[in-house]
Design a protein around this ligand. Structure first.
Ligand SMILES: C[S@@+](CC[C@H](N)C(=O)[O-])C[C@H]1O[C@@H](n2cnc3c(N)ncnc32)[C@H](O)[C@@H]1O
Length: 430
């Protein structure tokens, strides 16, 4: 038995399945304390320009690139979001490509990975500031329930910024637009720390201060300072509007570093809804187009044609059965999500160059009290597509101490709170 084969344990030997269950494996996991990056902030450097849900940790991506990328490799992220993989690739000297269905996320990724001439950027900022202080015209887009989400004076001041951005040409317009999008969210009545649209409590509304200009200027100044001092992107990045489940543009790559959604947008993160405060104001000015509300409908996990091959993955089938015992509808939603995920992985694998590697960073959430072993499901999918198992690293994401040995939790239905962990599933095409 080769080393790689020995890392897989035949599931049926654990007596977990009935005789007619398809056979499958569990894949061994390795705890890696140094990947927990205790005390190291997630949002750092250029990534501070605009927050985004479920961002990859930049230091993790940097580690994976340093360990797995070879000279002249192209790095790909099929769910690039705000572009952590893209920026870390380009500062490490690798060309990178990212797909996402969220236009605002792509704009953030584009702006993060651009090269800036600082003096020109500063000059444009001064010009923009002057135009804003002397111009009182407003351009307010049609936004449903705008008065429910914003104070009147805030709408006016956001409208003034939008007017100036729309009616002037700036070399670094996208940079200002992304910061404007952030301020539109920050100055709305949405609750901090929520991904969905929840309004702050009534008592906070009266005291809500209009800080549109102050925050807009301050954030631009901070970002100019950060860009001046941070590593310069050395290679180009290509964020692209594309759905990874579908037939995607013709590209090839050598290394995949990605963090897919962990479930459908209704019950996990609604990326579109999160982005809607910014995109309501910048959609028509965004070079990737608009309509954040469509993003959640397009997100992975839509009801569609089932690829029968996914029924061969007992780890998935048995997970669905466990959820079905509690809630058939939810079980169906999870099944459709993994059907979409399977299609996306099939697309990713088909364009991976020989000797390439993939790193999928996933979490094992629970549905109806049942844990979904997304790390094992991902490994099972990749294995069935001919890739070879290399490792599943476990990292702590709540800064808890990790066991230093191989994790003993290769057991389906493990009870620990694994959302405090992230799993990095690594396979190769050797
Ligand atoms: C976990 S987030 C990625 C975050 C990203 N790693 C970052 O650092 O910002 C998952 C992303 O997948 C995107 N997404 C969901 N379904 C998709 C699909 N079918 N094709 C491409 N992207 C999709 C979402 O819009 C979201 O931006």
């Amino acid at each position: 038995m080769s080393i790689i084969q020995s890392k897989k344990i035949l599931q049926n030997s654990l007596g977990l399945f009935s005789d007619d269950s398809p056979l499958d494996f569990v894949y061994e996991k390795t705890s890696k304390e140094e990947l927990s990056f205790i005390g190291e902030k997630l949002t750092r450097g250029r990534h501070k320009i605009h927050p985004y849900p479920a961002m990859l940790h930049p230091l993790l991506v940097d580690y994976l690139i340093k360990n797995y990328a070879n000279k002249n490799d192209v790095i790909f992220d099929p769910f690039c979001g705000s572009g952590v993989t893209l920026l870390e690739s380009s500062v490490n000297g690798y060309k990178s490509i990212g797909f996402d269905i969220n236009p605002l996320a792509l704009l953030i990724a584009k702006v993060k990975t651009e090269n800036y001439k600082i003096e020109e950027l500063k000059k444009e900022f001064l010009g923009l500031k002057a135009s804003l202080l002397e111009n009182f015209n407003t351009d307010i887009p049609m936004i449903n329930n705008i008065e429910y989400w914003y104070k009147k004076e805030i709408v006016r001041d956001l409208g003034r910024i939008r007017f100036v951005l729309k009616n002037n040409s700036y070399k670094y317009k996208d940079f200002f637009l992304v910061i404007f999008a952030f301020i539109c969210r920050n100055q709305s009545f949405t609750r901090n720390g929520e991904f969905k649209r929840y309004r702050v409590k009534e008592d906070k509304i009266d005291n809500f201060e209009n800080k549109v200009f102050e925050k807009f200027f301050q954030h631009i100044e901070n970002m100019i300072y950060i860009i001046k001092d941070s590593a310069v992107p050395k290679e180009k990045s290509y964020p692209m509007l594309a759905n990874s489940e579908k037939n995607t543009p013709k590209i090839n790559y050598d290394l995949v570093i990605t963090s897919p959604p962990y479930g459908d947008s209704r019950t996990t993160v609604a990326y579109g809804e999160y982005s809607s405060f910014g995109s309501d104001w910048v959609d028509d000015l965004n070079c990737y187009g608009g309509n954040a509300y469509k993003v959640d409908k397009e997100s992975m996990g839509k009801i569609g044609q089932i690829d029968e091959n996914i029924r061969k993955h007992s780890i998935l089938v048995n997970t669905i059965k466990r959820i079905e015992n509690f809630d058939k509808k939810r079980a169906g939603e999870v099944f459709y999500f993994f059907n979409g995920y399977y299609n996306a992985i099939k697309n990713v694998v088909s364009k991976l160059n020989e000797n390439g590697k993939v790193c999928f960073v996933v979490g094992n959430r629970t549905v109806k009290g049942q844990q979904i072993p997304m790390d094992q499901i991902t490994a099972s999918f990749l294995d069935s597509m001919g890739l070879k198992f290399e490792n599943i690293f476990v990292r702590d994401i709540l800064n808890k101490v990790m066991p230093s040995q191989n994790s003993p939790t290769n057991i389906i239905g493990e009870k620990s709170n694994t959302m405090s962990n992230e799993y990095i599933v690594v396979f190769n095409k050797n």
